[in-house]
Design a binder for this molecule. Structure first.
Ligand SMILES: Cc1cc2nc3c(=O)[nH]c(=O)nc-3n(C[C@H](O)[C@H](O)[C@H](O)COP(=O)(O)O)c2cc1C
Length: 197
């Protein structure tokens, strides 16, 4: 088993999987552009069906003109803490691919984009940053206001930041502000076939 702070795995794994978590208390510091590009570079090397690389990202650094366009998409609850993020990202996937020249539907565009997100999150963690996914935002408005064309699916928003002071969070968020636990492997990995209900 492996341990990091309050988290302990049942089987031994790399520590970074336990180190990655999704804090809401962020420090409101800027992230330099090279750091952001390094985090995206990790996403670049994610696996995808036919190497189709369907992930796309729209980003905004805090204190820049692009910031409001992403921040205003977030639901109020997420705005309450993500205002102290360093970078906001909208993750998108391309729903078609062209493995043999002709454009065909991709079965796995969301799965592939998920690999990109996880690479990005682990790279951020390795560099002392945090990545917090968010579905709490207006995806239809994201598509129209960020100029996302047909054939692309808005997948998730992501806040990147440094850990901040949790006493500044609303009380209900303060209580949750620690790495959480997981169901055991036996509850989701089945040999041979899906178990009977
Ligand atoms: C796709 C996705 C969407 C999420 N949406 C939100 C959200 O809208 N607001 C929020 O505060 N947390 C959100 N989360 C964070 C999850 O609640 C969190 O990842 C989960 O509880 C596991 O905790 P951990 O990331 O700290 O290990 C989201 C995470 C993912 C991956």
């Amino acid at each position: 088993m492996t341990s990091f702070e309050s988290r302990t795995s049942d089987y031994p794994i790399e520590r970074i999987f336990l180190e990655r978590w999704s804090p809401r208390a962020l420090a409101g510091v800027p992230m330099d552009h090279e750091t952001l590009m390094t985090i995206f570079e990790a996403a670049r090397w994610a696996p995808s069906s036919y190497n189709s690389q369907p992930w796309r990202y729209i980003y905004a650094h805090r204190d820049t003109p692009a910031w409001a366009g992403l921040f205003n998409l977030l639901v109020e609850g997420n705005q309450g803490w993500a205002r102290d993020a360093s970078v906001l990202i909208v993750a998108i996937s391309k729903t078609t691919m062209s493995p043999r020249g002709e454009e065909v539907p991709s079965y796995s565009h969301s799965f592939d984009a998920g690999s990109g997100w996880q690479n990005l999150a682990l790279q951020a963690t390795a560099m002392g940053w945090f990545a917090h996914g968010m579905v709490g935002f207006d995806m239809a408005r994201a598509a129209s206001e960020l100029g996302i064309p047909d054939g692309y699916k808005v997948e998730s928003a992501i806040a990147l930041g440094k850990l901040g002071d949790k006493s500044k969070l609303p009380e209900h968020f303060q209580k949750m502000e620690q790495p959480n636990d997981r169901n055991p492997v036996s509850s989701f990995a089945f040999e041979g076939r899906f178990p009977a209900a």
